[in-house]
Design a protein. Structure first.
Length: 160
């Protein structure tokens, strides 16, 4: 029975691998100029809104940028050339997604550092662990005995 399940799982993984390979190798249709313009407009930040893309914004400057994108693509320029034209004019700020991959690694580095500090803290253990171990073993220090004696004396004074 176990071999049958392993064979079934292997066949399923093989079928999944074949399906994934076929989907990756399948040729994609060339997007139209309008689709390319829409995609590029979605990548650029609206100069007025700043939180929206040019594709989402309805301001006059977003309309002008969309028209310029369509005009540049109709003139035969590539998406990269048109994108670079806007970067040259506005700077890297115009891109909604930063081009530098190191920017994407910064949050991962912060999380990894936090996890490392937390693991170090867990490994170091709580402070005062030696005192707890002595009490659990029954070993009491002179200060503990003195405190117990003082509490006992106070309780006897209250009772008596």
């Amino acid at each position: 029975m176990r071999r049958w399940l392993l064979a079934l799982a292997g066949a399923g993984l093989l079928a999944l691998g074949v399906a994934l390979t076929l989907s990756l190798l399948r040729p994609t249709p060339t997007p139209t100029t309008a689709e390319q313009a829409q995609r590029l407009a979605a990548e650029l930040r609206c100069p007025d809104c700043q939180a929206l893309s040019v594709a989402e914004s309805h301001t006059a400057s977003a309309d002008a940028i969309r028209a310029e994108i369509a005009e540049q693509l109709a003139a035969g320029r590539s998406l990269d050339q048109v994108r670079q034209r806007f970067v040259d004019r506005y700077g890297q700020w115009i891109l909604l997604q930063p081009a530098d991959p190191l920017i994407w690694l910064l949050p991962l580095a912060v999380v990894a550092t936090g996890l490392a500090i937390f693991a170090w803290w867990l490994r170091a253990g709580p402070t005062g662990a030696a005192d707890v171990d002595d009490h659990e073993r029954g070993g009491a220090t002179a200060a503990d005995e003195e405190a117990r004696r003082a509490v006992r004396d106070e309780l006897e004074a209250l009772d008596g």
